[in-house]
Design a protein around this ligand. Structure first.
Ligand code: PGA
Length: 321
């Protein structure tokens, strides 16, 4: 095993977690042949196959399961070591690994920018992917902190809301409902709707609201990004529900409008979260402070007014959702 590299183990762990060579290659920004070659080398070093393929799915072999346990223990130990080293150096050097849901990319890079200016020695990495994948990463403790629309109710996480997130209905500027006030939501069910992909938090919140109203969404198309949805709305393919953050920079173009629908905007929050029991590094703790401060500098309408108190004797923070 001495001939295997940490990089090979990282690749192996990603395939085991994602159940796919293609997704692991995407996540690590590698080509699939590189991934296959490195895994072949790793299997040769072990002397047994690590995966087996049944139909289109791949499964870990028994020895693969053993290696997965070992490699996760190694990466946890390394992460702990990195944290100890970074804490010893204080905030002068170290790494912050942040993973955020797709929609948070409209504000998270700016927050990282101001943080990096304050702490130029800190290396920051940002993973942007949809809610479902963020939850997988959180469950596997792959990053320092997560930003998402709603932390999972069934997982043991420390969480805190730091910013308001309003979901609005957008339509092309020339839409017949564009100038109407107080539109009954029943009318939305008649409109062709553009929805984010399954696994998206925006989609989940939209579906929940329609369910509560006993309405069915008339799905015209599913699209994998907020930007694609905006272009499709401008192109007249339908209407959609998106976070207000996604349209802030488009306002001057006036190519689409926010419809005044009863029950909207859907009021949500942005949360930071991490697995309960995880020891945050000094850098991650400082970033949390930075998030709190930055949200206080927002216009009052965007701030989270409810202050979060740590219940005595409990680690988990909770806010009303
Ligand atoms: P999404 O998440 O980017 O996956 O839609 C946004 C959210 O959870 O509000």
């Amino acid at each position: 095993m001495r001939h295997s590299t940490l990089r090979q183990l990282e690749l192996f762990e990603a395939i085991a977690r994602l159940g796919s060579f293609t997704r692991a290659a995407e996540e690590l920004f590698l080509t699939q042949p590189t991934v296959s070659m490195q895994i072949r080398k790793l299997s040769e070093t072990v002397g047994m196959p690590l995966f087996e393929q049944v139909g289109k799915k791949i499964y870990l072999t028994d020895i693969g399961h053993e290696l997965n346990r070992t490699s996760r223990a190694i990466s946890e130990q390394l992460a702990n070591f990195e944290m100890i080293a970074a804490d010893m150096k204080g905030l002068k050097q170290g790494k912050l690994r942040l993973a955020v849901v797709t929609t948070a990319k409209y504000f998270a890079p700016r927050l990282l920018g101001t943080f990096s200016k304050k702490y130029p020695g800190v290396d920051v990495s940002l993973i942007v992917t949809n809610r479902e994948r963020i939850l997988e990463r959180l469950a596997n403790n792959l990053d320092d902190l997560y930003i998402l629309g709603l932390p999972p109710a069934d997982a043991d996480v420390v969480e805190e809301a730091f910013l308001e997130n309003y979901l609005v209905v957008i339509a092309p500027a020339n839409h017949p409902l564009a100038n109407r006030k107080n539109i009954p939501p029943e009318l939305l069910a008649k409109e062709p709707f553009l929805l984010r992909e399954p696994g998206s938090g925006t989609r989940m919140a939209t579906e929940r609201l329609f369910d509560e109203l006993n309405l069915k969404i008339n799905i015209r198309m599913e699209l994998g990004s907020n930007e694609a949805i905006k272009q499709a709305v401008i192109g007249g393919l339908g209407i959609s529900v998106l976070s207000r953050h996604t349209i802030e920079l488009d306002k001057p173009t006036k190519k689409f409008v926010v419809l005044d629908v009863r029950g909207f905007p859907i009021k949500r929050h942005w949360y930071y979260a991490y697995p309960a029991g995880k020891q945050l590094s000094i850098i991650a703790k400082t970033f949390v402070e930075h998030l709190r401060q930055a949200s206080q500098e927002k216009p009052v309408s965007n701030r989270v007014r409810k202050t979060v108190k740590k219940p005595p004797g409990r680690k988990r923070l909770q806010t009303k959702r």
